[in-house]
Design a protein around this ligand. Sequence first.
Ligand code: ACO
Length: 312
Amino acid sequence: MTGARLLGLGVYRPARLVTNDEIAQQVDTSDAWIRSRTGIATRRIADAEETTAAMGAAAAEKALAAAGLTADSIDLVIAATCTSPSQIPGVGPQIAYRVGAARAGAFDLNGGCAGFSYAVSTAADMVRGGGVRQVLVVATERLSDYTDWADRSTCILLADGAGATVVGASDTDEIGPAVWGHDGSRHEVIQVPGGDDNLFRMAGQSVFRWAISLVPTVRQICERAGVAPEQLAGIVPHQANLRIVEALATGIGATNAAVARDVVDSGNTSAASIPLGLASLLDAGRIRRGDPVLLFGFGAGLTYCGQVVRCP
Ligand code: ACO
């Protein structure tokens, strides 16, 4: 049977950096409060040209280059996003067009902040099934389009960015089994209600408590992969809040793992936060190609998904 692995990684960070002090000029908050409650120091906010499709395509081109592939070798493009600018059309076909993946299929996947892990797992199983050989997975988000800049409990968190990888056929299987689940009964805890209120709404404390309660689930991801937590070289939880990131890493006993703390510089970029976090560890030389790294996304739905992968 064919295996699947990550062949390359690429990210796009919008040019504009927004500090906590800048946000404190708009709402009643402070740099000290934001840092102590979330860990966030800065975030990137996209300008008008940095659309979900443009950022996604930029990240995708870097992922293709890192994988040593051209776009015509791509069979399928999956865009993981929950901030498409419109309900119709999807972003995936636009990214496929922009990068020149002329013969690829393309679709969107909305797994909230867990979207990247869901898309990687979907792509890996499709590759293993033999129907496709190379899938471009692109997580791209413009949360700023859905941010209520007068709501101090959410505008401090949300940010923009994109990250992409290629999931390709391989003799070795380097993408571990996905562990996923949901609590759809609490779908209202994180939502963009729509209608007159088309902005991001969140019951922050409920989400915080739910996220922390997922420690046994994260441990299960290691068990399913046959990797002990202390063997992990890296751990990249969804970059929602530094306190959640650290609680999950410490909670499973990932004592030797480099922990992604990209939320400090980049804020919460929903589905894009895992590839951005992975890139931050790679760029800093804290993990290397082939290292076992745990990815874990959680958020709107409520839903979660994670897996252990070998670093691209
Ligand atoms: N500055 C100053 N004070 C604030 C701010 C702010 N930016 N935001 C809230 N407060 C105040 C509240 O008004 C409240 O004041 P009160 O006690 O007088 O009523 C007090 O701080 C405590 O508010 P809480 O909401 O309880 O603050 P908490 O410590 O829970 O922090 C936060 C809020 C940062 C949103 C936190 O709950 C959190 O990070 N939750 C998880 C978010 C998350 O993980 N989301 C991920 C999924 S969604 C996605 O990723 C797209």
